[in-house]
Design a protein around this ligand. Structure first.
Ligand code: KG4
Ligand code: ZN
Length: 332
């Protein structure tokens, strides 16, 4: 069974071909970073136009890489939620057109479900597990008991972790996307040079909040006193954010009702090596296994969307109606 996946919910136009033996035949990612960099963040209208001009080429490139034709494809899948509406529409119209023209089933996929299931494309990760999903737009702790059986344990009350890193990176004069650039700059800095107050200390549960951290970083940077200490600010800020996520993950483990065997980190921020290390240590202390996707599959890509369709098929879930609409503001 060969699935074509399309991802266009933010600033990556991606087309992948994945089969049910977990082989990724192609995973073409056309990044728009160079376009959005000059604005310090994603401009939705420009993103949608760029998806429109790139999508046909991405499909052709994926077919060429996999050395197949459209006739070899069995299923078409596409991200329909959540994300920027223009990009979602471009991908959705393209995928539905292909499904109708080729007379193939269509699977409408949730982007966050795609991130969450990537580890199962790469490794044999059994349900149930605790999901730590940290992307540019979302932060979620959830107990995952099977396909479609998701219990949200906690989430962000304001910004997502990636969003917070991107905003602080911008204040430090780093280019978009900021998370990876903060990580690079932090490499030469002292993580204990500056103190940022850890939020939610007295609050029960495992919700997170990043806006207070962002504000204290802004106050420090805009004070102008430490302008020659950017690497120390990046290192201390990264250390605080990742320690906070790890602290809340510990609380989330205690909130799981099923007998979880592992912790799964997913989303763009999962590429952060400090966070991977901290969560790996936490899982060891709790006799659990730790999984995160390989670095190239942490950020947005269509292989995760094609794989999410295969997971749905394996779970006996029927195709989506061709009238399935895009939905910019959903969760998992
Ligand atoms: O999942 P993703 O690719 O897109 C969304 O669905 O939002 O996540 C993008 C986010 C951005 O905020 C980016 O700064 C962050 O992931 N990110 C990182 C790293 N690489 C990407 N954050 C921390 N460390 C990284 N190495
Ligand atoms: Zn994403």
């Amino acid at each position: 069974m060969l699935v074509l996946g399309i991802e266009s919910s933010c600033d990556e136009t991606s087309v992948a071909l994945v089969d049910n033996s977990k082989k990724i035949l192609a995973n073409v990612v056309n990044s728009q970073i160079s376009l959005h960099k000059q604005y310090g963040g994603v401009v939705p209208e420009y993103a949608a136009r760029k998806h429109m001009s790139a999508i046909d080429t991405c499909i052709k490139e994926a077919l060429k890489l996999a050395q197949i034709t459209l006739d070899n494809i069995d299923i078409i899948s596409e991200t329909v939620e959540p994300g920027l509406v223009g990009g979602l529409l471009v991908g959705s119209v393209t995928a539905k057109t292909l499904a109708i023209a080729l007379n193939k089933p269509f699977y409408a996929i949730n982007h966050l479900e795609g991130h969450m299931l990537t580890v199962r494309l790469c490794y044999n990760v059994p349900f149930p597990f605790l999901l730590v999903l940290a992307s540019g737009g979302h932060f979620i702790f959830a107990e995952i008991n099977g396909i479609g059986q998701y219990k949200i344990l906690g989430q962000t009350l304001d910004d997502a972790a990636g969003e917070c890193l991107d905003k602080v990176a911008k204040l430090l004069g780093l280019e978009y996307p900021g998370g990876v650039n903060i990580e690079k700059l932090a490499h030469d800095g002292d993580p204990h040079r500056f103190y940022f107050p850890i939020p939610m200390k007295k609050r029960k549960g495992c919700d997170v909040s990043f806006s207070g951290l962002k504000t204290s970083a802004r106050n420090l940077i805009q004070s102008g006193q430490y302008f020659d200490k950017k690497a120390d600010i990046a290192a201390s800020f990264q250390y605080t954010v990742m320690s906070f996520i790890t602290k809340q993950t510990k609380k989330a483990i205690a909130l799981c009702q099923s007998n979880i065997k592992s912790i799964v980190l997913a989303g763009g921020v999962a590429a952060n090596k400090l966070l991977r290390g901290m969560l790996e240590k936490l899982t060891e202390e709790n006799n659990l296994n730790f999984y995160a996707p390989p670095l190239n599959l942490c950020s947005d890509n269509a292989a995760m969307i094609a794989w999410a369709a295969i997971e749905r098929i394996n779970a006996g879930i029927p195709p989506s109606p061709i009238t399935a609409s895009v939905n910019p503001r959903t969760s998992l």
